[in-house]
Design a protein around this ligand. Structure first.
Ligand code: FAD
Length: 430
């Protein structure tokens, strides 16, 4: 008879490790499977990791988590071909404990996090692919792995296997992802000496900055690009909806190479040595794409549950929060010996009441509206750049005349159209 655990966790990303850590800490018998050589070896993220959700799981993580730099500045660029309209915030309160966000390299972070779960007593099995979920009479009983004698049983299986969860598909929880529900991102890590990073981004040592870039970086498609500072490297990437890539026949690595040559970007990475190139999917369907989250003996967390807030580039924190909430429900289920769908539905309720469900609900129509109306990226961003250039060019014309010229740009594209477009965007973001 195969060994039986309280809980099997599939996938050692932020969602899986959060669940495994919380469960093992409460004394449950947990096994976590990871297909990679080690946790993080297959994972891709810019990436910005959020303190608050990690601290809720591991309160004293600060001195040991392998962070790159605490983020003290967040910039946003609306990029045109030779210009960028910029806004942002730099706050030195974020340079001190308890900090706000940190840049991370996932290969280091995921190993550390999974090992924290192991320290609490979870069993981590690397280089093992979970091929299918074992189901009998509509109840999940365990998983089948690619190891010889690879069937493992448990009262509960938590699927934390990421965006394209084949296991959730096998259960019929979600269908094939549609091209307008998922983005394909390409990114590169570029080595650069710390002093150069600090000079170019106006930072002190142990301070980091992020730049989110809209507009020309995705050639009008719905998506964003990013530049994040690590200790001695820069992460740069571009992600766009798959539907846009299919329509334009562009490839993410082409967008990335074009971005690297952009005059606003080139100097930031000049002289850097490309270290690794990565590509990955991001679930972008939001609230409407959340699949069935629980069944008898099974729960979905993180990207497997499509929990990404694309508007705020948050995914890892939703993953960690969902992993923790699923684990807390499992602990209750263990106490009463009931792993039925009805009992596990407590997880779904708590998740939807938390910031995860609330934020996804707030922006439930945003991505779809922006995708259906490409004028926001194709027309508004170039117009904002032209307006800024006009206003800030000192050429003898009065500021009244400049205002008139800018109003003329709005009239050229249609005042009513512009008001309707602005109202639409306010409605889906409010
Ligand atoms: P994952 O991190 O994908 O982990 C899933 C794990 O399951 C992996 O380790 C995988 O190897 C394993 N696995 C999969 N299938 C199996 C199987 N069958 N058997 C065993 N193991 C399996 N989020 C942010 O918060 N901030 C950012 O700056 C940010 N930037 C991003 C940039 C890019 C380019 C991308 C692609 C994503 C970014 N995200 C960001 C999103 C974030 O990475 C995800 O939301 C987050 O990683 C989800 O965590 P997860 O644990 O659910 O899934």
């Amino acid at each position: 008879m195969a060994e039986k655990f309280d809980v099997i966790v599939v996938g050692a990303g932020p969602a899986g490790s959060s669940a495994a850590y919380t469960l093992a800490k409460a004394g449950l018998n947990v096994i976590m499977f990871e297909r990679g050589e080690y946790p993080g070896s297959k994972n891709v993220m810019g990436g910005v990791m959020y303190r608050h959700q990690l601290q809720e799981i591991i309160p004293d993580f600060l001195n040991e988590a392998p962070f790159e730099r605490p983020v003290v500045e967040q910039r946003f660029w609306m990029l045109d071909q030779r210009s960028a309209f910029q806004v942002g915030y730099k706050g030195l309160e974020w340079a001190e404990a308890p900090y706000n966000n940190f840049t991370v390299l996932r290969a280091k972070f995921d190993q550390w996090f999974a090992n924290k779960a192991v320290e609490q007593g979870a069993l981590l099995i690397n280089e093992t692919v979970v091929k299918e979920v074992i189901v009998e009479d509509d109840r999940v009983l365990g998983v089948r792995t690619d190891r010889p004698d690879g069937d493992v049983y448990a009262d509960l299986v938590i699927l934390a296997d990421g965006v394209n969860s084949l296991l959730a598909k096998q259960l019929g929880f979600h269908k094939e992802l549609k091209p307008n529900e998922v983005a394909l991102a390409a990114m590169q890590v570029i080595n650069l000496p710390p002093e150069k990073i600090e000079d170019r981004f106006n930072l002190e040592p142990n301070q980091g900055a992020t730049i989110e870039i809209f507009g020309d970086s995705t050639k009008g498609m719905l998506g964003t690009a990013f530049i994040y500072t690590n200790k001695d490297s820069i992460s740069i990437g571009v992600g766009t909806l798959l539907s846009g890539l299919m329509k334009t026949k562009m490839r993410p690595h082409e967008l990335l190479e074009t971005l690297k040559q952009h005059p606003m970007v080139r100097k930031l990475i000049e002289g850097g040595e490309p270290k690794e190139y990565l590509a990955h999917l991001i679930p972008e369907g939001g609230y409407h794409s959340i699949p069935k989250l629980v069944g008898h003996g099974v729960m979905l967390v993180g990207d497997a549950a499509q929990l990404v807030n694309g508007i705020h580039r948050e995914g890892s924190n939703l993953a960690m929060a969902s992993g923790r909430l699923a684990a807390e429900t499992a602990i209750l289920a263990k106490q009463v010996g009931d792993f039925s769908e009805n009992m596990l539905d407590t997880y779904r309720t708590k998740l939807m009441e938390s910031f995860v469900g609330q934020d996804l609900k707030k922006y439930k129509d945003a991505a779809h509206a922006l995708d259906r109306h490409p004028q926001y990226f194709k027309e508004f961003i170039p117009m904002i750049n032209r307006a800024a250039s006009e206003m800030f060019t000192v050429d003898g014309a009065s500021k009244w005349d400049k205002q008139k010229k800018i109003l003329g740009m709005v009239q050229d594209r249609g005042t009513i159209n512009t008001i309707r477009d602005l109202y639409r965007v306010w409605k889906v973001m409010k």
